[in-house]
Design a protein around this ligand. Structure first.
Ligand SMILES: Nc1ncnc2c1ncn2[C@@H]1O[C@H](COP(=O)(O)OP(=O)(O)OP(=O)(O)O)[C@@H](O)[C@H]1O
Ligand SMILES: [Mg+2]
Length: 330
């Protein structure tokens, strides 16, 4: 089981010069991930859904230890996750399938070496390694004749299957799948998603699947976390969040779904997302929200529990809404 509690990460914009240090000048920060909290059990899939730039990849990288959180706790079956840099290159129990296999796989490497990478430094014999490679390449539905080809000679779909083979070879418990189908042809996206479902059934992986596509979320999710400008604004069981969205942002995101591919969410939701840099106070969605109230621009809403779903929006605060009703009567 994966446990994530209050995880936050900011990036400094630009480098801090000596002058900045001496004058203690405050540099601008990008709030990439803010206080993320959730759990994913083995055999289950949490889908992280959100627009481009909202912090999804950063969240994935934090979980597998490629980024160090500023605060918060990440654990797998009770053991804290240490940054990759401290524990060497072996990413045994956590693996990530990267957003763009074109750039995450060295095109000149042989497929065999790409797949075997997570076994570097393991004490498996050469023979056992060879066996394992054949096993995973078969389980992602590729022919073993591909093993001696270079990654650059593969199709997009094949390359994505190689990424999956590389992720499962170390028998991980948790796999972060970052937009696993966004770089491949629509006609084979379903094949790759089905493969992921089958592998999960067989091996009980906990998946954290990152996507901007509500249709992928519908297909894959047991639970959903909707992210907006670094924050999880709504989370809960998939059937609830996807069929009765509560946060105005989730509502807009899902309303845009059938048109995705042609229209972007920014054509459905009015205005561009606020910049992540030096966010104004209040709810990050306030500048675009059709239901915005005065309080939304002043304070950030806490999480409210509504019908088993957690939603960060003042529309679900009884006190605020009573006040609102009263002032509209006055
Ligand atoms: N190493 C870094 N240094 C500075 N800023 C970064 C760094 N990595 C990410 N960011 C910033 O953090 C924010 C979140 O980026 P991230 O890649 O996590 O978004 P995303 O949701 O995965 O977007 P996309 O859907 O386009 O992949 C962005 O504003 C990005 O510019
Ligand atoms: Mg990303």
């Amino acid at each position: 089981m994966l446990e994530v509690e209050g995880v936050a990460k900011q990036f400094l914009l630009g480098r801090r010069s000596l002058w900045d240090k001496l004058t203690r000048r405050r540099l601008k920060h990008v709030r990439a991930v803010w206080e993320a909290t959730f759990r994913v059990r083995g055999g289950e899939t949490l889908v992280v859904l959100g627009e481009s730039g909202c912090g999804k990849t950063t969240l994935g990288r934090l979980i597998v230890g490629l980024e160090r959180p500023d605060s918060g706790r990440i654990a797998v079956s009770g053991d804290p996750v240490r940054p990759v840099r401290e524990r060497g290159s072996k990413r045994g129990r956590l693996q990530m399938v990267f957003q763009d296999p074109g750039s995450s796989i060295d095109p000149f490497m042989k497929v065999r070496d790409v797949v075997a990478e997570p076994l570097t430094g393991s004490d498996l014999s050469q023979e056992a390694k060879g066996k394992k490679i054949l096993e995973v390449i078969a389980s992602v539905g590729l022919d073993q004749s591909l093993l001696d080809r270079r990654a650059s000679e593969l199709s997009g779909g094949q390359r994505q299957r190689v990424s999956v083979a590389r992720a499962i070879i170390s028998d991980p418990e948790v796999i972060v799948l970052d937009e696993p189908t966004s770089s491949i042809d629509v006609s084979i996206q379903a094949q790759v998603l089905n493969l992921l479902v089958d592998l999960q059934k067989l091996n009980g992986y906990a998946y954290l699947l990152i996507t901007h596509d509500p249709n992928v979320a519908r297909f894959m999710a047991d639970s959903v976390a909707v992210m907006y400008l670094g924050k999880i604004v709504e989370s809960g069981a998939a059937e609830k969040v996807l069929s009765q969205p509560k946060h105005p942002y989730t509502q807009a995101l899902l309303a845009s779904a059938p048109k995705l591919g042609k229209t972007s969410i920014s054509e459905v939701v009015k205005g561009e997302p606020t910049s992540l840099i030096d966010l104004p106070p209040g709810c990050p969605y306030a500048p675009r929200c059709p239901h915005v109230m005065e309080v939304c621009r002043k304070r950030e809403p806490p999480a409210y529990e509504v019908e088993g779903v957690s939603v960060e929006c003042f529309l679900y605060d009884k006190g605020v809404m009573a006040q609102q009703a009263k002032s509209s009567l006055d």
